[in-house]
Ligand binder design. Sequence first.
Ligand code: NAD
Length: 366
Amino acid sequence: MEVKELKKPAQPDLFTSLSTLGHEQVVFCHDEATGLKAIIGIHNTALGPALGGTRMWNYATEQEALTDVLRLSRGMTFKASISGLNLGGGKAVIIGDAKTMKTEAFLRRFGKFVNSLGGKYITAEDVNMKTADMEYIAMETKHVTGLPESVGGGGDPSPVTAYGTYLGMKASAKKVFGSDSLVGKKVAVQGVGQVGMHLVEYLTKENAIVYITDISEDKVKHVATKFGATAVSQEAIYDLDVDIYAPCALGATLNDNTIPRLRCSIIAGAANNQLKDEVKHGYMLIDRSITYAPDFLINAGGLINVYNEFLGNYNRNRVFEQAERIYSTCLNIFDLASKEKINTQEAAIKIAEKRIEDVCRVRIPR
Ligand code: NAD
C-alpha cells in the first residue's frame, strides 16, 4: 500500500504558536447573521478567571487578529499577576469596522459567546469598545465588567490608569535622580487622549514642564490651553531634550528608528507593548542609560479599576489606594533588574511569573 506523505502547512502551526506563548485556550466565534467574527484568547487562569478587554479593529488579515489576541492576552497575565490581582490573562478581538458593525444584535451575540465560557473569560472595554457597548454584552452574560457608573459600574478607568502611570514615573525619577519630585522636570507626552490628558493634569499640578503631541489637533489645542503644556509635532516628540518620555498613544514606539533619537533618561507611559522587541529594545535602552518603567505594570490602574468593579461593592478611593502599590513594585523591579543585570521588562515578567508559580504551589492539595 502506498503511504502518502502529509504536506507541511504553509502557515506556522497554530498549536506551536500557542505553546510558544503558553496559551491555554483560544476560541473562534462566528455568527453569520450579524457578521460577527471574534477570537477570545485565554492565556493563563492559574490565578483566577482571565480578565481582559475586547478590542474591535479592522484587521487586514485573520492572522493579524490572531497574533494580536495572543500577544495581548499574554500581557494581561503578567499585568494581573504583578499587580497582585487574583486574575488570569485573557483578551478578545473582534474583526471589523467598529463604526458600522456594532449593532445591538452583534454585541449581544458576542456576549453569548463570552457567556458560553462560563466565567473562565471576563470581558471589558478596549480600543473601539465603549462602556455603553458593555451594557449590551451584559444583557447576555454576567462575565463582563467596565460598565458605566449610571448602571452601577466603575465608569471610565483612564483617570486610575493615569494615576498609576504618574506614580510609575515618580518611582523612576526616584531611581534616576534620587528624588521622586517632578518639579521642573521636562516631560514629553505622546497622545493626549483619555489617559494622556489626565497624566498631563497630574504633571502640570506638580509644576513639571510638559510637551505634548497628538494626531488630533483639537485635543492638542484643548490640553495645551487647559494645562499650559507646549505643543510639538508628532515627529518632534522623539527628538526633544527632555527628562522623561511618556508614550500614551500607540504600541511599539520604542524601536530601531526611535530609540537612537531619544534624549531622555526615563521612559514611563501608559501605552501597551511599547517595546517593539521586548529583549532587543529593552537592552538598547540600557545601552543608552535610559530607565524603562514596564508598561504593563504602570498602566495597570485600569485593570485594578475593572477588577474592583467585578468583585462588587466598588469603591473608587480603594481603587486609587491599590494603584499606589505601583510605586513600590516599580522600585522592586529596578532593584531586580540591576541585581540580575537584565532589562526591566524581563525583571517585571520574572516577578509576575514567580507569583503565578508560588500561588500554584500553594494550591496543590496536600
Ligand atoms: P485614547 O484613544 O483616548 O488616546 C490615544 C490618543 O493617542 C488619541 O488622542 C489619539 O489621537 C492619539 N494618537 C494616536 N496615534 C498617535 C500618534 N501617532 N502620535 C500621537 N498621538 C497619537 O486612548 P487611551 O485610553 O488614552 O489609552 C492610551 C494608551 O494607553 C493606549 O495605548 C491604551 O491601550 C493604553 N491603556 C489605556 C488604559 C485606559 O484605562 N484607558 C489602560 C491601560 C492601557
